[in-house]
Structures are given as structure tokens and as C-alpha cells.
Design a protein around this ligand. Structure first.
Ligand code: FEO
Length: 135
């Protein structure tokens, strides 16, 4: 069973960002599946690495859109992204050191963070971007 399923209640009304968020949910479900079937640390590490890379790609794309359109709350938004990336990188270092005990907490942390971030922080840019002709 999927850990998290994207539906229209997650839409930020910007197609590129919605597609990125869908992809992030999909990668998160891959990570969850890998852990459920007891995949080894190398597989879990690889899936977390894919998820971390795609997250960085998405953050850069989202921040570029916000920068280009002079979004007033960009600095705070960017700071949230940075804090998340740093936390995931710390988890990745623990995993590399062989500490698999962090695999379940990282999946739960990423899911909770993404859901809250999309609904509390990303949602705030919808009207701004739509008003700038980005949808
Ligand atoms: Fe869609 Fe701010 O991350």
C-alpha cells in the first residue's frame, strides 16, 4: 500500500510543480516499498539518494519560478527548503555509516515534511504565480 497518494487537494495550481510533487510522492512510495520488503541498505540508500536528488531539482525549479516573479516570501521559502535538504543529508550520512535504524524515521519525516510544506508553504505561492501568468 502506498505511503502517500497525490490527489487534487495537493494541487498548487502550477502544473510543473504539481508534476514534481507527484514524482516526489512516487519516489517516497518506492522508498516505503523497498523498506517493507526488507531490501538491503544499498537499495534503501539508492532510493533515498534518488529522492534527495529529485527534491533538490524541484526546489531549484520552484525557487527559480518564485525568483523570476519577484515572490515576496522567497527567502523564508528557500530557508525551509535548505533546512530540509540538510536534514536529509544528515540521514544519508547515517545510512552510509551502516545505521539502518534511520530508514523508517527518514521515510516518515520526508512524508510529513512534504505534505506539510506543500499544504502550508507551497500553497501560498499559487495565487501569486497564477497572477503572473504561471499555471
Ligand atoms: Fe514544492 Fe517548496 O517545495
Amino acid at each position: 500500500m502506498a505511503l502517500v497518494a497525490w490527489d487534487s487537494s495537493y494541487s498548487v495550481k502550477v502544473s510543473k510543480c504539481d508534476k514534481d510533487h507527484q514524482q516526489l510522492f512516487s519516489l517516497l512510495n518506492d522508498l516505503h516499498d523497498a523498506m517493507l520488503v526488507g531490501k538491503g541498505s544499498q537499495v534503501v540508500e539508492r532510493v533515498i539518494s534518488e529522492l534527495a536528488d529529485y527534491t533538490k531539482f524541484h526546489f531549484e525549479r520552484e525557487e527559480a519560478l518564485l525568483e523570476k516573479t519577484n515572490y515576496a516570501a522567497l527567502a523564508e521559502h528557500r530557508a525551509e527548503h535548505r533546512t530540509f535538504v540538510e536534514k536529509v543529508e544528515r540521514f544519508q550520512q547515517d545510512l552510509k555509516a551502516g545505521d539502518m535504524s534511520q530508514a523508517i524515521p527518514i521515510a516518515t519525516f520526508i512524508k510529513d515534511w512534504l505534505v506539510n510544506h506543500i499544504k502550508r508553504t507551497d500553497f501560498k505561492y499559487s495565487a501569486h504565480l497564477n497572477a503572473k501568468g504561471v499555471s
